[in-house]
Write a protein that binds this ligand. Structure first.
Ligand code: GDP
Length: 382
C-alpha cells in the first residue's frame, strides 16, 4: 500500500514536470513564431509595392518602415502645349455629335426633316435653344448661298468655331501685380471635380515653372484637404490647410499670406461648394474673397462645372455667378460625355469663357480650352 502511494506520487510528479516543460517549450517556440510577422515583414525590403497607386497596399505594415529616407519622388507634370491634342480621343462621346451632324449635312437633299434632325442632335448635346437656332440658320444660309460648291465639313467647322467664340480671352489670370502672387479662387458645387481640378491646375503651373501654393479652404470635407495634400505632395507644392471645420476664410487668408511670404507666383484656393442656400453661399464665398483681398486681389474666379449635369449644372452655374464675380469656367468630365454643346450654353448663360476642360481622371487630363482644336475633335479626322 505504502509503495503504491509512493509510485503514484512519483508518477504524478513526473507527469507534472513533463507537462510544465512542454508548456514552456511551446511558449518559447510560439513567441518567435507568432511575433515574426511584424519583425521580418518590416525588414523584408523588396515588397513589390513600387506601384504607388496599388489600391490594396498593406496599410498596417507600411508606416512601420522606420528610418525610411522618405525622399519626395516628385512627378514631372506634362507640359501644356500638346494636351488637348493628346486628349482629343476623349471627346469620343461628343464626336458622335460631329459625325452625326456631318452625316446629315452631307445628304443630297437637305429637307425640313433633315434640318429638324440636326436641331434635335444639337439640343440633345446641351447646346441650348438659341445657339441651336443660330447655328442652323447660319448653316442654312451658307449652304444655300454657296450651293454645290460648299463643303459641308468646312462650313460646319467654321460655323461651330464662330459659335464657340474664337475671340474670347481664355487666358487664366494666374499672375498678380508687381511682386504679389496671382490668386485663383476656385468655386463650384461639391462633386463637380473642384478639388481634382485644383490639383490638376497646380500641375499645369508646375509644368510652366510657376511657384505655387494651394489653400485647402474646403474645410467642411476632411477628405478634401487630404486629397489636396496628396496632389501637392506629388509635385512638391505646399498646401496650406487648417483643422476640419476651421473658418474657410482663415485658411484662405493663411494660404495667401504664405504665398506672399514665399514670393510664389500663384496661390490657388479651393473652397467648399455647399449649395444650402444662396444667402449662405454668398456669405461664405464673399467672406473668403474679402479676407483674401485684405492682402492682394483675387485675379481669377474659376467656376467648376460638371459637363454631364446639363441644365442642372447651368442653374448651379448661374447661382455661383450671382454670388461671386466668375471670370472663367473649367468644364470637367467632358470625356465620354456627349454633351459638348454645354461649352456654348454656359458661356452664353454667364457671359464668361470656358478656359479649361477636364478630360479624364488622370493627373494631367486637364487642358486649356481652344475652340478650333475642340471643334476639330468634335468633327473627328483632320
Ligand atoms: P469636388 O467635390 O468638387 O472637389 O470633386 P472631386 O475633385 O473630389 O471629384 C469628384 C470626382 O470627379 C472624382 O472621382 C474625380 O476623379 C472625378 N473627376 C474630376 N474631373 C474629372 C474629369 O475631367 N473627368 C472625369 N472622368 N472625372 C473627373
Amino acid at each position: 500500500m505504502g509503495t503504491d502511494w509512493l509510485v503514484l506520487i512519483i508518477a504524478i510528479a513526473v507527469v507534472a514536470v513533463l507537462a510544465v516543460a512542454g508548456l514552456v517549450t511551446t511558449a518559447v517556440r510560439r513567441k518567435p513564431r507568432d511575433l515574426p510577422p511584424s519583425t521580418p515583414d518590416v525588414v523584408a525590403p523588396p515588397a513589390p509595392s513600387d506601384t504607388v497607386e496599388a489600391p490594396e497596399a498593406p496599410a498596417e505594415v507600411e508606416p512601420e518602415t522606420p528610418g525610411a529616407p522618405a525622399e519626395p519622388r516628385l512627378e514631372q507634370p506634362e507640359k501644356v502645349g500638346s494636351r488637348l491634342q493628346r486628349l482629343r480621343a476623349r471627346l469620343a462621346g461628343s464626336s458622335g455629335l460631329g459625325k452625326g451632324l456631318l452625316g446629315l449635312l452631307s445628304r443630297d437633299q437637305l429637307d425640313e426633316d433633315t434640318w429638324e434632325s440636326i436641331e434635335d442632335l444639337l439640343i440633345g448635346a446641351d447646346l441650348g435653344v438659341a445657339p441651336t437656332q443660330e447655328l442652323v440658320d447660319g448653316l442654312r444660309t451658307r449652304l444655300r448661298v454657296e450651293g454645290s460648291s460648299a463643303k459641308p465639313r468646312e462650313v460646319l467647322r467654321e460655323e461651330l468655331i464662330k459659335l464657340v467664340g474664337p475671340d474670347m480671352d481664355r487666358g487664366l489670370r494666374v499672375s498678380g501685380e508687381g511682386d504679389a502672387p496671382g490668386v485663383v479662387l476656385v468655386v463650384g458645387v461639391n462633386g463637380t471635380g473642384k478639388t481634382t481640378t485644383v490639383g490638376k491646375l497646380a500641375r499645369i503651373l508646375v509644368a510652366e515653372e510657376r511657384r505655387t501654393v494651394l489653400g485647402a479652404a474646403d474645410t467642411f470635407r476632411a477628405a478634401a484637404a487630404e486629397q489636396l495634400s496628396t496632389w501637392g505632395e506629388r509635385v512638391g507644392v505646399e498646401v496650406v490647410r487648417g483643422p476640419e471645420g476651421t473658418d474657410p476664410a482663415s485658411v484662405a487668408f493663411d494660404a495667401v499670406k504664405e504665398g506672399i511670404d514665399q514670393s510664389v507666383d500663384t496661390v490657388i484656393v479651393d473652397t467648399a461648394g455647399r449649395l444650402q442656400n444662396k444667402a449662405g453661399l454668398m456669405d461664405e464665398l464673399g467672406k473668403v474673397k474679402r479676407v483674401i483681398e485684405k492682402q492682394t486681389p483675387v485675379t481669377e474666379v474659376l467656376l467648376i462645372l460638371d459637363a454631364t449635369t446639363g441644365q442642372n449644372g447651368l442653374v448651379q452655374a448661374k447661382v455661383f455667378s450671382e454670388v461671386v464675380d466668375v471670370t472663367g469656367i473649367a468644364l470637367t468630365k467632358l470625356d465620354g460625355s456627349a454633351k459638348g454643346g454645354i461649352v456654348v450654353a454656359v458661356q452664353r448663360q454667364l457671359g464668361v469663357p470656358v478656359k479649361l476642360v477636364g478630360l479624364g481622371e488622370g493627373p494631367d487630363d486637364l487642358a486649356p480650352f481652344e475652340p478650333a482644336a475642340f471643334v476639330d475633335a468634335l468633327l473627328g479626322g483632320s
